[in-house]
Design a protein around this ligand. Structure first.
Ligand code: PMV
Length: 357
């Protein structure tokens, strides 16, 4: 069927808002077309998000698309556009309409690029949701069907592995794991509601130690796990840690939750410390803050723990009920943050489809 039969001349539009996520069980190491070496588990955030609008119009040169115009925060961006163009070509086997359209993508984040929040996760998730919504409409299927979300998670994964978890709210697992029915290496699955409520609403206060660009890109970091002397053990342990974390979530065992979460963060950094070449991704203030958190927990018994991404910034995780207790800790940590910068977020309900304007 000709594309003009399914897309009107003025085009079709789709607009989604998708949040970032932070992994508690870390994905670090991949193979094939962005497939994980171990299962990971994350919480989807609430306030750190990307909004993306995609418009597809029938191409004057069908079969050779997509022809892309890409704007980031209102500006034409050639470097990003090249990456997005490559991504679009790589997902055309699953989104065939792309070959026959001119695509205009407009996107923006509501958080600073350098805040240590995974913008590729929210960005690729929002873009994948827009594309899969258009695909569903073109194929005449329900846009917000579970199948459309699963496809969006699959497509987001090809753009950036961890992005596939941002397609769902709450706690999300990506990677096949015996304890998670329906889990897959190809897309993420949301955990059942019982997991969302074990500790009430979880908070994530991001303590910005250094807002600069990453010392090692995700791609290079994952690559360093190939041939890493401890890799096999790490992948096995991540699976075991995921089981333990699920138990902690089910039973509401905070001590176990905190132990596993921190162990995972430090294991990720240990992998980078012992890779060849090695990378020290923490800063002196990262270590200082970690010590302060440990002491504070010992003194007050507060339910608070930390996780880290592949960088120096700290994510302080705690249940909403601990907020009052945690406020003085946050205040005392300001001197170790870059310009005192902290971003306060919580676990969220996941992406939202917006009305296109
Ligand atoms: O999705 P990527 O390729 O940017 O890798 C993300 C890796 C970590 O953020 C360090 C861990 C994770 O599971 O999100």
């Amino acid at each position: 069927m000709s594309i003009t039969a399914v897309i009107p001349a003025e085009g079709l539009m789709s607009c989604w808002k998708s949040p970032s996520n932070i992994a508690l069980i870390k994905y670090w190491g991949k193979h094939g077309q962005q497939l994980p070496r171990n299962a990971s588990l994350s919480i989807t955030l609430n306030q750190a998000y990307t909004v993306t609008r995609v418009r597809a119009v029938p191409s004057a040169d069908p079969g050779n698309g997509p022809n892309l115009t890409f704007r980031f925060e209102g500006e034409l961006q050639t470097a990003f556009a090249t990456r997005i163009g490559e991504f679009l070509r790589s997902v055309t086997p699953w989104l065939e309409f792309l070959k026959d359209v001119d695509l205009s993508v407009e996107t923006g984040n509501n958080f600073p690029h350098s805040a240590g929040i995974a913008s590729s996760a929210s960005g690729m998730s929002a873009l994948a949701l827009c594309l899969c919504s258009l695909d569903a409409r073109i194929r005449g299927v329900e846009e917000e069907d579970p199948e459309t979300f699963r496809k969006a998670s699959f497509i987001a994964r090809i753009g950036s592995g961890s992005a596939c978890r941002s397609v769902y709210g709450g706690f999300t697992v990506w990677g096949e794991h015996t304890d998670v029915p329906g889990s897959s290496d190809e897309y993420a699955v949301p955990l059942e509601n019982e997991y969302q409520s074990a500790f009430g609403v979880l908070h994530d206060s991001i303590l910005i130690v250094d807002p600069g660009t990453k010392k090692v890109s995700s791609r290079a970091g994952h690559g360093l796990m190939n041939g890493h002397p401890y890799a096999a053990l790490r992948f096995e342990e991540a699976g075991k840690n995921l089981s333990k974390l699920m138990k902690a979530l089910e039973s509401g065992d905070w001590d176990l939750f905190a132990r596993i979460t921190e162990h995972e963060a430090l294991s990720l950094h240990a992998m980078m410390l012992t890779s060849d070449p090695w990378f020290v991704l923490m800063h002196p203030n990262t270590l200082r803050i970690i010590e302060e958190i440990k002491n504070f927990r010992k003194q007050t018994g507060a339910k608070v723990c930390f996780t880290l991404d592949a960088g120096p910034n700290i994510h302080l995780i705690y249940p909403a009920a601990e907020l009052e207790l945690v406020v003085p800790l946050l205040k005392s940590l300001e001197p170790f943050c870059h310009n005192g910068q902290q971003i306060h977020d919580t676990i969220g309900e996941g992406p939202v489809k917006l009305t296109c304007r």
